[in-house]
Ligand binder design. Structure first.
Ligand code: TGC
Ligand code: FAD
Length: 392
């Protein structure tokens, strides 16, 4: 990839809404991405490999458990700092942000919120430092948008549980040390199960041949009579609301992350348009290209405002699931649209790995599907405003 010349757009001077701590955290993440992610990410994406060398750096910028209390190794930051870290990481690559989202919101969060003290002490500090990597198993081959129909199950054997079933499309699965897995007990109640690599009957085959999120490892989780010690069940919450509660936190981070990808596409396209001469003048001077760029900065600014306000509500514990769905859906859609428009501004150059745009565009095809599809989030908003569920 060519040199990372990224300059973040801030059209409405939104930095003025951030505290000194927010700016410090954001700038540290921004510099780290420029230094450690941008120079290597294109090659890893081309080779469909996750860059394991950046794990310790992710831990250092507070990307593993940004809002988890410091006593458990987390960074103890607020929700806006968490969002800003996700924005900066996804500015580099959605796959790297995926790893941070899964570790923080889908693995550390449920252990912190639904686990007991022994589970928190055992896992959280190692997850915060990157010594352990985790994954989150909710989706199954036959249950994606409808996780409540899952068939993965645990059976009480007296001294232990037996876990059987399979999860699919699981980020970080191929190398995760620990999996937070959602399974039904004999009464049909969904429970959180901590499955450790090395347990007999547990395997994590990698999913190959992806055109999207290539720098993130995706795989299956297969459970064939896995013996689960009773102390590996999350005791403090069960039912579908438990995994959905984790998704609230991860979807919030994605709403911020998508802005990062959009900003990178816009910034790249703007710079290119000013330099590329056709018909004797920069294409930035052509009305059609100005329309694209002007619409991009408008949409980015609207998404920044929406997300900042959501962060304030989240800090006050007032953000609802439906508000988070609206932001995730709007911002990912905004980012994918900007990626497509930006790609066109670069003409043929836009399809190459010399620029980040095509990689962002392909990544965003996963982001618009995972953590609830574009359709599902619309229906969550519909359910919220009408009081009627379209899912029943
Ligand atoms: P529904 O009847 O609405 O709800 C079941 C129970 O859950 C409660 N609930 C929530 N609780 C906490 N937080 C939330 N956000 C909640 N939403 C609902 C609800 O009150 C109810 O509680 P109770 O006590 O009455 O049982 O459930 P439903 O079966 O009708 O489904 C609703 C629907 C479709 C919205 C939900 O299933 C859904 O969100 N589906 C999308 C699935 C999804 O997002 N999967 C994501 C998998 S993880 C992933 O993609 C990671 S990608 C990682 C990366 O790389 O970044
Ligand atoms: P389906 O549910 O089969 O949906 C197919 C289509 O039907 C979609 O367009 C959908 O919007 C539409 N549809 C479904 N239901 C309705 C409805 N009621 N009304 C209208 N339209 C509907 N999952 C995890 O648990 N952990 C992970 O770490 C994880 N990582 C992932 C990483 C990647 C790269 C990808 C691509 C996915 C990942 N997922 C993960 C899975 C992801 O959450 C699911 O793909 C997603 O929830 C959608 O499920 P599905 O693919 O089975 O699609």
């Amino acid at each position: 990839m060519s040199q990372d010349l990224f300059q973040a757009p801030d059209y409405y001077q939104l930095d003025e809404l951030l505290t000194e701590e927010h700016l410090l955290v954001r700038n540290a993440a921004r510099e780290w991405v420029k230094r450690e992610v941008s120079p290597i990410i294109e090659e890893f994406a081309q080779q469909a490999k996750f860059p394991k060398s950046i794990i310790s750096g992710l831990a250092e910028i507070g990307a593993f458990g940004p809002y988890i209390p410091e006593e458990y190794g987390g960074a103890g930051l607020d929700q806006i700092s968490y969002g800003l870290i996700m924005q900066e990481i996804e500015r580099g690559d959605s796959g790297v942000r995926s790893t941070a989202s899964v570790q923080s919101s889908l693995v550390m969060y449920p252990i912190w919120k639904y686990g007991n003290e022994a589970q928190r002490q055992k896992y959280l500090p190692k997850l915060a430092s990157g010594e352990f990597l985790g994954c989150f198993g909710l989706t199954e081959p036959d249950h994606g948008s409808n996780p409540g129909g899952m068939t993965t199950n645990i059976k009480d054997m007296g001294d232990y549980y037996l876990l059987n079933g399979a999860k699919m499309w699981i980020s970080n699965a191929p190398f995760a040390d620990i999996a937070v897995v959602w399974a039904k007990n004999e009464e049909g109640r969904i429970k959180g199960v901590l499955v450790e690599r090395g347990m007999a009957g547990f395997s994590t085959p990698e999913t190959h041949n992806k055109w999207s999120l290539r720098a993130s490892a995706t795989g299956e989780l297969i459970f064939d009579n896995v013996k689960i010690p009773k102390e590996n069940i999350l005791p403090n919450k069960d039912g579908l609301g438990a995994p959905l509660g984790c998704l609230d936190s991860a979807r919030y981070g994605i709403a911020w992350g998508a802005i990062g990808a959009a900003m990178d596409c816009y910034d790249t396209a703007l710079r290119y348009a000013k330099q590329r001469i056709q018909f004797g003048k920069p294409i930035a001077g052509m009305q059609l290209q100005q329309k694209k760029l002007a619409e991009m900065i408008t949409e980015i600014t609207k998404a920044q405002l929406l997300t900042w306000r959501l962060g304030v509500l989240k800090n006050e514990n007032r953000a609802t699931t439906a508000q988070i769905s609206m932001a995730k859906r709007n911002n990912v859609n905004m980012a994918i649209h900007i990626a497509r428009e930006a790609r066109q501004i670069l003409g043929a150059m836009g399809i190459t790995g010399e620029y980040s745009i095509m990689r962002h565009m392909m990544n965003l095809e996963s982001v618009i599907t995972y953590e609830g599809t574009h359709d599902i989030h619309l229906l969550i908003t519909g359910m919220d405003i009408t009081g009627i569920s379209a899912f029943k």
